[in-house]
Write a protein that binds this ligand. Structure first.
Ligand code: 3HC
Length: 298
């Protein structure tokens, strides 16, 4: 099966990045959001990101920058009407809020209106794909496609098969991922797949180091950048991913693996989220700031 039209549901950081990368790779894309203002925000973010990429690629030629950006934008049609988006699509990639009930409700309604051939994929960070897939009657055309933030820059795509995913669906999506310019890795539907399972353990222990006052956040960040060549330290990464996302990923992991001490609540993250301090998306670098370096008083 060939994919020619892609529908992305959810225009947040991940969904807009996925729509952008698909458009850059030549696909026609429908980007679905719940209202016009969120659609406008998503399109503005896509434009900025495409400009950033094009300015690097076509340093000497401003007209090519404009051409690249307008081609990308012209391939994406933003809509709040899910029926129109689904009428001709080959694959739906869901990138909505990280909530199992919301995802199941969405896929169950999509299943009734999408064409039988349409492949369903979830970009969930932490929810088992099988759990979401069982809200549909197309388990053979269901899988996880897990992208990384920022989607236009990160080269990896995790392709997650459930036992029922057909070979045809899997192979179509591996080819699709490669056409998006990603290196695809395959993994089973295990908690956190590969990257988030390992990153969760790493960032959790970094926060615990801070809570024990072993070192300051900025020193831990510098240590991991210079001592392990990570592009971002753990606190920079937490701020970048968003503390609300980090909290909801931990809660999901705890639900599916309740005995695992790794997934116990984090006083630091919970306090910051309660205060609405979510990291870069709310304009702050809270996990890096000195005033939470000693959290004994939390
Ligand atoms: N769109 C287009 N270009 C972008 C971009 C975007 N959204 N974000 C960054 N860039 C480009 C910049 O233009 C810049 O290009 P240049 O080097 O050619 O000038 C280049 O990326 C580097 O950007 P910066 O100089 O601003 O900063 P960095 O060198 O720190 O790179 C980074 C930014 C690519 C984000 C890098 O820090 C990095 O790789 N960080 C780690 C990110 C990571 O671990 N992501 C995974 C998170 S886990 C996840 O997503 C899973 C989910 O389920 C939660």
């Amino acid at each position: 099966m060939e994919i020619s039209h892609v529908t992305v549901i959810g225009g947040g950081q991940m969904g807009s990045g996925i729509a952008q990368v698909a458009a850059q790779s030549g696909y026609n894309v429908s980007l679905v959001e719940v209202n016009e203002s969120l659609l406008e925000k998503a399109k503005a973010n896509i434009k900025l990101s495409a400009e950033r990429l094009a300015k690097k690629q076509f340093k000497e030629d401003a007209s090519k920058v404009d051409e690249f950006v307008s081609t990308v934008i012209s391939r994406i049609s933003g809509t709040t009407d899910i029926h129109t988006a689904l009428s001709k699509t080959d694959i739906v990639i869901e990138a909505i809020v990280e909530n199992v009930d919301a995802k199941k409700k969405l896929f169950s309604s999509l299943d009734k209106i999408a064409q039988p051939k349409t492949i369903f994929a979830s970009n969930t960070s932490s929810i088992p794909i099988s759990e979401i897939a069982k809200s549909t009657n197309r388990l053979d055309r269901f899988l996880g496609l897990h992208f990384f933030n920022p989607v236009p820059m990160m080269k990896l795509l995790e392709v997650i098969r459930i036992p029922e995913t057909s070979d045809e669906t899997y192979e179509t999506c591996m080819k699709f991922g490669t056409k998006l310019g990603k290196t695809c890795v395959t993994c089973k539907d295990t908690l956190g797949f590969i990257v988030n399972r390992l990153l969760g353990a790493y960032t959790t222990e970094a926060v615990r180091m801070l809570e024990r006052d072993d070192a300051k956040a900025k020193d831990i960040d510098i240590a991991m950048k210079l001592g392990a060549s990570y592009p971002m330290g753990p606190f920079e990464l937490l701020d970048y991913i968003g503390l609300d996302t980090t909290q909801s990923v931990r809660e999901t992991f705890a639900r599916y693996d309740p005995q695992n001490p790794l997934y116990e609540p984090s006083p630091t993250i919970d306090k910051l989220v309660k205060e609405g301090k979510l990291g870069v998306k709310t304009g702050e670098d809270y996990t890096k700031s000195e005033n939470i370096a000693n959290t004994n008083n939390l």
